[in-house]
Design a binder for this molecule. Structure first.
Ligand code: URA
Length: 222
């Protein structure tokens, strides 16, 4: 278990953070999805052939964690480690994600669900193609409908642009609270990018604080 000092060292940031006021939100109203249970959804992802990625992936990677979580974390796509193990964010980027979550008092699997926009690995870790994102979208929508999260934290450009239907950069999307189907949504940098870009770790820390503050304003007992 990481101590808070370890976490701050990992993130390369100072330890001071405060909860401030955040905008209120309205309840989730997701559209109807054909996947009404986790079993049907998991089965569909396991056998999905909706895009060409099924030809090269080892397995579909649905997601991991608490299926009634308040926090939904959405990344881009499985990488080599995730494709092999069947779980999102288990490689180096995943270690940093765990540290980021720990910094705001969260733990994988405990009131947190982690998934990706794509459930199959793009070969060579290339960017997801628009048709692949579109083919996978029903699965993500079903997850949101089943989980009914209170807050969505989006990691990186691909996930942010896809969920917010925009071409804006992460730099322009971060730092404020968006909404996806009335669920508050905060954008931050992808942990794989943060591993290469120290200066943006401080901004990621601000985003985590914004997410935590937003969540606290929704759930006063938290
Ligand atoms: N990067 C992602 O976006 N998702 C993963 O699961 C792993 C790395």
């Amino acid at each position: 278990m990481l101590s808070q000092d370890d976490v701050f060292t990992e993130l390369g940031i100072g330890p001071v953070w405060r909860l401030r006021e955040a905008p209120s939100s309205t309840p989730l109203t997701a559209p109807c999805s054909p996947f009404t249970t986790w079993d049907t959804l998991a089965e569909a992802v396991a056998h999905c052939t909706a895009c060409k990625l099924h030809q090269t992936r080892t397995q579909g990677v649905l997601g991991v964690g608490d299926r009634h979580a308040d926090w939904l974390i959405i990344g881009e796509a499985p990488g080599a480690d995730e494709d092999a193990q069947g779980e999102p964010f288990v490689g180096q980027a995943g270690k940093l994600l765990d540290a980021m979550l720990a910094a705001i008092g969260l733990q994988r699997g405990n009131n947190v669900y982690i998934t990706n926009v794509l459930k199959s690995r793009p070969p060579g870790n290339r960017d997801p193609a628009p048709d692949e994102i579109a083919a996978c979208r029903p699965y993500l929508l079903a997850q949101i409908e089943l989980i009914q999260p209170k807050l969505i934290l989006v990691l990186g450009r691909v996930a942010a642009q896809s969920l917010l239907d925009t071409q804006e950069t992460v730099g322009r999307l971060r730092g404020r609270v968006h909404a996806f189907q009335n669920v508050p949504l905060v954008v931050t940098y992808h942990p794989a990018y943060l591993l290469r870009s120290l200066p943006d770790k401080a901004r990621a820390w601000e985003d985590l604080c914004l997410a935590r503050r937003t969540y606290a304003s929704l759930t006063p007992e938290s």
